[in-house]
Design a protein around this ligand. Sequence first.
Ligand SMILES: Nc1ncnc2c1ncn2[C@@H]1O[C@H](COP(=O)(O)OP(=O)(O)OP(=O)(O)O)[C@@H](O)[C@H]1O
Ligand SMILES: [Mg+2]
Length: 252
Amino acid sequence: MVIEIEVKGIKLYYKSTKALDGVSLNVKNGEVLSIIGPNGAGKSTLLKVINRVLKPHMGIVLIDKKPIHNLKSIEIAKKIGYVPQRLRATGMLTVYDFVMTGRRPHINFIPTKEDEDKVYEILKNIGLLDFADRALEELSGGELQRVMIARALAGEPEVILFDEPTSNLDLRYQIEVLNLIRSLSNKGLIVIMALHDLTQAYRVSDKIIMLNSGKVIAVGSPDEVLNPELISKVYGIPVIIIKEHKIIVPLF
Ligand SMILES: Nc1ncnc2c1ncn2[C@@H]1O[C@H](COP(=O)(O)OP(=O)(O)OP(=O)(O)O)[C@@H](O)[C@H]1O
Ligand SMILES: [Mg+2]
């Protein structure tokens, strides 16, 4: 089991844009870490660095004290699941076939009965059994988002990175996905996710990191990070916080 992820002094530029400017954090197994911050703050970029999809210009990511750039791709694929913010074109793949691609790190040559059973079990748990034979391009935005989550779970990861996992979901599935995320963390997984909904971040996180323009503005427990002055300053709008219900409301 992965015990700890440490991110140290990450700097990453896209041409002239400084997307990450000295970001450090650490997260332990059983913890949910949420990354919050305005559009363009660097949240997705940070997840991609942790997943080794992007190579930083400075800094290092350690999994249990080992630099990820020393790990084999297959080891990373086995340990880390990633749910992207959006999916690139996938042709006419069915939901079942796409979720099966999530088992790739575990499959030798062709999927076994065990792989098939795993995929069906996950589809069932995430309410997608009826969609197994549907083509991805025929799905609604929320259905597709759940399919991407199912694919990541199919790899049985020890660390899971979610990029705005609730952004396309209706109220019921927002809550179901947040409950699923809590249950994954209760099983000892490390969960790191980018979130826009501050109330969701307040309720589900053990730890929050707030980014703005690629810099860490605040890090700590939800109560430490989510204060109205800081949120108003970073997002440029007034908010009120109802602490007893863990609710954050923008005022307009
Ligand atoms: N492939 C790219 N090429 C050039 N610039 C990029 C690229 N990807 C992201 N950027 C820029 O880097 C900055 C950080 O982007 P990133 O996607 O990490 O932000 P984010 O916090 O995830 O934003 P959002 O809330 O909109 O998803 C932004 O200014 C963005 O325009
Ligand atoms: Mg993003």
